[in-house]
Design a protein around this ligand. Structure first.
Ligand SMILES: *Cc1c(COP(=O)(O)O)cnc(C)c1O
Length: 386
C-alpha cells in the first residue's frame, strides 16, 4: 500500500468522532422520548443507517466500530450491503433492508436471516413460500407509506392488508415503520404523516414496535422517536437542517494536494470553456483532484477550498482529474501542500453541507459522491481503527 504521505487525494475517517456521535444520539433519544413505552423501561433503539457504503465513509470499518459501540441494528439499501454486514459481524446482527427485494434475492435473504421491508401482499407471499421451503420463520418489517410514495403500503389501505400479512405462518412482523418525505423542511406535514402512521398502528392493534424518525425528524419532532430511530446523516456528524448540531462531530475529511503553482498574467483564461479570465496578475494552484474523485463539476467557479488555513476560491471549471484555485494571497504555497475540501484546517472549516449548497445539492449526495476507487483511499483514525 502507498503510504499516506504519497496520497494525491484521500478521505480521513475519524472513528472516535463516530463513537462520540453515537453517544450523543443515544443521550438525545433517551431524554427526549415521550413514548409511553419509555415508562415500561424500553429505551428507544438505535438503528444505524449505513447504506451507500456508510454514506461514503466505508461500510466495513464504520459497521465494525458501530458494533463495538453497541448500536441495536443496522439498515442498508440492498442485499449486497447486507452481506458485507454479515461478513463483518457474523450472523447475529439485525439487518433491515430498506429497498424492495427482487424476486431472485429472496432465497438468499431468507437464508441469511436478513429482514426485508414488505410493501405488498405479493412480496409477502414470496417470502412466505421461501421461508416454508427453508423451514424457517422470516423476520419482516412492514413499511407504511404516509406520503413518501416510494415503498410501503398506502396508509389508507394498510390495516386491512397487514392483517392478512400477519396471518402468514412463516413470517414474523418485527416492526412497522414509515419514512417522512419532508422532515427537513415541513414540520406540519411531518406531524400529519406521523398521525397517519400511528392511526394505522392503532387500527391494527398488534402491539408491534414502531419507528419513523430519520435524522431530521429525530431533531425536529421528538414525538416521532417512538420505539426506535433510524439516523443516517447525524451518525456522520452532519446536520440535516439549517440548525447546527454542536453536540456532533463530523467524521469525514476530504483532502488532496497542491500539484502545481504558477503565476498568470491579466487576461489569461482558466480551464474548459474559458469561463474564468484573470482580471489582474494572479497566482493559481492546480490541485490533484476533480470530478473523477467526487469534487462535483457543479462546484466550477463556485466552491472554496482550504490551503494553509485560508479559504481559496475555485476558478474555472472543475475537470475530471484537476481543479484550479486562486492562491494569490498565499505567497508561501508550494507543491505538495495539503488542501482540504471538506473538514477543518487550522481555524477554518468547510462542511459537507456548505459544499452541497455551493453545488446546488444536499450533503447526502456530496458524501456518497466521493469516489470509491483506488483514486480516493480511505484512511481510518481513532481508537478502533484497524
Ligand atoms: C436513508 C434513510 C434513512 C436515514 O436518513 P437520514 O436523513 O440520513 O437520517 C432513514 N430511513 C430510511 C427509510 C432511509 O431510506
Amino acid at each position: 500500500m502507498v503510504p499516506q504521505s504519497y496520497y494525491r487525494c484521500w478521505v480521513e475517517v475519524d472513528l472516535d468522532a463516530l463513537r462520540h456521535n453515537v453517544t450523543a444520539i443515544r443521550r438525545r433519544i433517551s431524554s427526549a422520548n415521550p413514548s409511553p413505552r419509555a415508562a415500561e423501561g424500553r429505551r428507544p433503539q438505535l438503528i444505524a443507517v449505513v447504506k451507500a457504503d456508510a454514506y461514503g465513509h466505508g461500510l466495513a470499518q464504520v459497521a465494525s466500530t458501530l458494533m463495538q459501540c453497541g448500536v441495536d441494528a443496522f439498515a442498508v439499501a440492498n442485499l449486497a450491503e447486507a452481506l458485507v454486514l454479515r461478513h463483518v459481524g457474523g450472523s447475529g446482527w439485525p439487518v433491515l433492508l430498506f429497498g424492495s427485494a427482487l424476486p431472485f434475492e429472496v432465497a438468499k435473504i431468507v437464508e441469511q436471516n436478513i429482514t426485508p421491508t414488505i410493501s405488498t401482499l405479493d412480496e409477502a407471499q414470496l417470502f412466505e413460500i421461501e421461508a416454508a421451503l427453508q423451514s424457517k420463520t422470516v423476520p419482516v418489517q412492514v413499511e407504511i407509506d404516509t406520503g413518501m410514495g416510494r415503498v410501503g403500503f398506502w396508509y389508507k389501505e394498510a390495516a386491512e392488508q397487514i392483517t392478512k400479512l400477519a396471518a402468514l405462518p412463516h413470517l414474523r412482523i418485527e416492526a412497522l415503520y414509515t419514512h417522512f418525505a419532508s422532515a427537513d423542511e415541513n414540520l406540519a406535514e411531518t406531524k400529519r404523516g406521523l398521525e397517519a402512521f400511528l392511526g394505522v398502528a392503532k387500527q391494527l392493534n398488534l402491539g408491534l414496535p414502531l419507528h419513523a424518525a430519520n435524522s431530521a425528524a429525530l431533531l425536529n419532532l421528538p414525538e416521532a422517536i417512538l420505539d426506535a430511530v433510524r439516523p443516517g446523516l447525524l451518525l456522520y456528524g452532519i446536520s440535516p437542517t439549517k440548525r447546527p448540531t454542536s453536540e456532533l462531530r463530523p467524521v469525514l475529511t476530504f483532502k488532496a494536494r497542491v500539484a502545481l503553482v504558477k503565476d498568470v498574467a491579466a487576461g489569461r483564461t482558466i480551464s474548459y470553456g474559458q469561463t474564468f479570465v484573470a482580471t489582474q496578475p494572479m497566482r493559481i494552484a492546480t490541485i490533484a483532484a476533480g470530478y473523477g474523485d467526487g469534487f462535483i463539476r457543479n462546484l466550477s467557479n463556485a466552491a472554496q477550498v482550504l490551503i494553509n488555513g485560508q479559504r481559496c476560491p475555485v476558478v474555472g471549471r472543475v475537470t475530471m482529474d484537476q481543479i484550479m484555485v486562486d492562491v494569490t494571497g498565499l505567497p508561501s504555497i508550494k507543491c505538495g501542500d495539503e488542501v482540504v475540501f471538506i473538514g477543518r484546517q487550522r481555524e477554518a472549516e468547510i462542511t459537507a453541507s456548505e459544499m452541497a449548497s455551493w453545488a446546488g445539492t444536499i450533503a447526502w449526495e456530496v458524501l456518497c459522491g466521493i469516489t470509491k476507487t483506488a483514486r480516493v483511499p480511505r484512511v481510518y483514525r481513532g481508537a478502533s481503527a484497524a
